[in-house]
Design a protein around this ligand. Structure first.
Ligand code: SAM
Length: 473
């Protein structure tokens, strides 16, 4: 039997099954202890985060008044730490060749009726131009796991191609990477290629279920997968993104596991995850989500988002187009800092006029254009941001966390959001979006606390209007 140890590098010790079982029992035993719940909420108000045990008690607590307090606090933390900015990105599917047997994913090896496709460098270029023409500046590249078809050299070549394309005023300035767990050496190569965040979803922290859900292929190795973030950090990548695929296992188990993973990274590497993604299982070719009986309601999903915000205030939270516009509207105020927009989850999908479905990884619920997504965010009072400044200024890992903790986001991320929004308005927006955006920028300039920063920002905005690009704080 393994002993729980957040500092251990062995998966079974830092994501310890017995510790999770005990945590859930503790949460059940204390969920109606309103005095304790209030104490935990008071602790959460200090905005220093919560342990997996405390956060699990809140998740189990159903007292309506306390649940409302959780939502209110999540909203407040989001406001204080992230302001009203929402960073926008798009996924780019490079290849759906895959040797794994993940039972929830249509790319699984045995699926014979999905066409297999891998982008050539010319096709990558076409996709990137289509994405730049929408206004995207940040991508997350996605690929199945296939050492022969998609070796690391192929991924590196694609990253290189993506960064090299300058089309009109467009440029992809940050490439995040969502590929299968790999070696320290390969992570080092990704770092050298200039990636932003390395993202890897755990899918489930429940080892027994994990082994059943990933019956064949390299991904079957639970420990190798779970220890991937440590290897990534050893390889020099200090921005890593966690996530579980909600619906596969019991959400309370996953939530405790997710927070234990964050605690482990902090304990070992001195910096927690840069982001946490919140995907839910979706219908896809060959996949019926109702086959997984742990699906969660929108209400539970919202509570999970709020509690992630409260438990790890310095970690960004990502919601993809797996969620509908309505669900996105419900969870964004609860702490989401990044969303994808105008996504196509098929290999080569962006260069097509019509959304293709044959090679899609999952059905996209929010199918609006980027212009529509930007306008919608602004109408809801958010500032859509295409900012990539932190990572290009070397503010990654603990340096980004220090910026957050020093409360400097409003003097840095806020003007950067306005500058990148201005670029979007000048180069890609419809007239209607532009009109709303210009007004928003005008008003939001006054929310930059430092006079000097505000003046410099104004000057940069003028220069963008004159045709110059890529200013940043
Ligand atoms: N193949 C890599 C890996 O195994 O990590 C790359 C990730 S894959 C392209 C991106 C993510 O999509 C997976 O980690 C999984 O959580 C998610 N996914 C797979 N099938 C899905 C489905 N039917 N609905 C929603 N998300 C799904």
């Amino acid at each position: 039997m393994y002993r729980y140890d957040p500092k251990s590098l062995i998966a079974d010790e830092f994501i310890n099954h017995e510790e999770i079982v005990e945590t859930l029992a503790y949460a059940d035993a204390h969920k109606d202890d309103l005095k304790l719940v209030d104490e935990i909420l008071n602790k959460a108000e200090e905005r220093k985060g919560l342990s997996h045990r405390d956060a699990s008690v809140l998740l189990a607590c159903e007292d309506p008044e306390r649940v409302q307090r959780m939502y209110a606090l999540a909203k407040q933390i989001k406001k204080d730490f992230y302001g009203n900015r929402i960073v926008i990105f798009a996924p780019l599917y490079l290849s759906n060749y895959c040797v794994n047997g993940c039972v929830y994913c249509p790319y699984h090896m045995k699926n014979k009726h999905i066409p297999r496709k891998k982008l050539t460098q010319e096709e990558v270029e076409r996709e990137v131009i289509a994405l730049q023409d929408m206004g995207h500046k940040r991508l997350a590249i996605e690929a199945g796991e296939d050492p022969k078809m998609n070796p690391i050299e192929y991924i590196l070549e694609c990253i290189n191609t993506i960064y090299s394309i300058k089309h009109k005023n467009g440029a992809i300035r940050r490439v995040n990477v969502n590929i299968a767990a790999t070696t320290v050496e390969n992570y080092r190569k990704l770092k050298e290629a200039g990636i932003g965040t390395y993202i890897l979803f755990q899918e489930t922290y429940h080892k027994e279920s994990y082994l059943q859900l990933h019956p064949t292929g390299p991904k079957h190795d639970y420990n190798y997968h779970t220890e991937a973030m440590d290897r990534a950090m050893q390889g020099g990548i200090d921005d890593v993104g966690l996530g579980v695929l909600f619906g596969l296992e019991m959400y309370r188990y996953e939530f405790a596991g997710l927070l234990m993973h964050a605690e482990h990274l902090e304990a070992v590497h001195g910096v927690g995850p840069h982001t946490i993604s919140m995907p839910r299982i979706k219908h896809a070719d060959d996949i019926d989500p109702s086959a997984f009986d742990n699906s969660i309601s929108d209400e539970i999903f919202a509570k999970l988002c709020a509690l992630v915000r409260i438990a790890v205030p310095y970690t960004g939270m990502i919601i993809s187009t797996r969620e509908s516009q309505a669900v996105r509207e419900m969870v964004i105020p609860l702490g989401v800092s990044q969303i994808s927009g105008a996504s196509r989850t098929s290999v080569g999908g962006y260069a097509e006029d019509e959304r293709p479905h044959d090679t899609e990884q999952f059905d996209v619920s929010d199918q609006r254009s980027l212009d529509e997504v930007v306008r919608w965010l602004m109408e809801l009072g958010y500032i859509p941001s295409f900012c990539t400044a932190c990572y290009r200024e070397g503010r990654t890992g603990d340096r980004f966390m220090s910026l957050c903790k020093a409360g400097q986001i409003q003097n840095c991320c806020h003007p950067n959001a306005l500058l990148t929004l201005k670029e979007f308005l000048m180069d890609y927006a419809s007239e209607e979006t532009k009109a709303i955006g210009e007004k928003l920028i005008e008003a939001e300039l006054y929310n930059i606390p430092k006079d000097k920063v505000r003046e410099v920002c104004k000057d940069h905005l003028d220069k963008i209007a004159q045709g110059l690009r890529d200013f940043r704080f």
